[in-house]
Design a protein around this ligand. Structure first.
Ligand code: ZN
Length: 100
């Protein structure tokens, strides 16, 4: 996905954040978190423990789409936020079996 990296401008990030709010209300998302599984560590959580994570972060030009939004537990989410994407990918590959 690195080939389509481009820095997002603040307005389009705001648009994507708003879309995320709407997507979180959707039956699709409720179904995803209803499965109760973090898509990174594959562990089980209560739906309220799962957050919506953009696989490609908005700041890197990611979009709020069903293919880019996955349920993530708070600890994965926090870890991912604190790491550059390359390091996060390496961590995932070493520790977890990602869904896709
Ligand atoms: Zn997790």
């Amino acid at each position: 996905m690195d080939h389509d990296f481009f820095p997002a401008d603040p307005e389009s990030m705001e648009v994507e954040r708003r879309k995320a709010k709407v997507l979180k209300q959707s039956a699709w998302w409720k179904n995803r978190i209803g499965e109760g599984k973090c898509s990174y560590c594959q562990q089980r959580f209560a739906p309220k423990e799962l957050t919506m994570d953009h696989k490609i972060p908005l700041i890197r030009g990611g979009r709020t789409s069903k293919s880019n939004c996955v349920p993530a537990c708070k600890s994965c989410n926090r870890m991912k936020e604190n790491m550059p994407p390359e390091q996060w990918r390496a961590t995932l590959a070493a520790k977890y079996t990602p869904e896709s």
